[in-house]
Design a protein around this ligand. Structure first.
Ligand code: HEC
Length: 93
């Protein structure tokens, strides 16, 4: 009951913040922005470059698997659900 109310408030809050900034915040809290930037190349490619490289492909699940697999990408500490949400956002940039 209580959880439902909190979840409801969270959803309302996310809706108010807008999906894009909520995703940007999630990318930040997930530690992605230590190595990535939306516009600029840092240790990893910019998220705009990633989106361009994947344009027209439907390989979202493969990208998530690469990030959570811990082999072809530096280990990420975020949950798989969070990584999924962030990747979905990146591929729309
Ligand atoms: C320790 C640094 C580091 C962190 C933290 C990090 N990345 Fe990366 N990322 C990289 C590097 C380096 C590459 C380029 C090499 C590669 O593709 O694995 C990369 C590549 C990527 C790619 C392109 C993959 C492809 O196949 O085109 C995506 C998408 C990505 N990162 C998303 C994320 C997300 C989302 C997070 C947070 C959950 C994150 N990264 C955290 C360093 C990092």
């Amino acid at each position: 009951m209580r959880t439902a109310i909190v979840a409801g408030l969270l959803v309302a809050g996310l809706a108010l913040a807008g999906p894009a900034s909520a995703s940007a915040d999630l990318a930040k809290s997930s530690g992605c922005m230590k190595c990535h930037d939306v516009e600029k190349k840092k240790m990893g490619p910019s998220f705009k470059d990633v989106a361009a490289a994947h344009k027209g492909k439907t390989d979202e699940a493969a990208v998530v698997a690469k990030l959570t697999g811990g082999k072809d990408h530096p280990a990420v500490k975020a949950s798989e659900a969070d990584v999924k949400a962030v990747v979905k956002w990146i591929l729309t940039l």
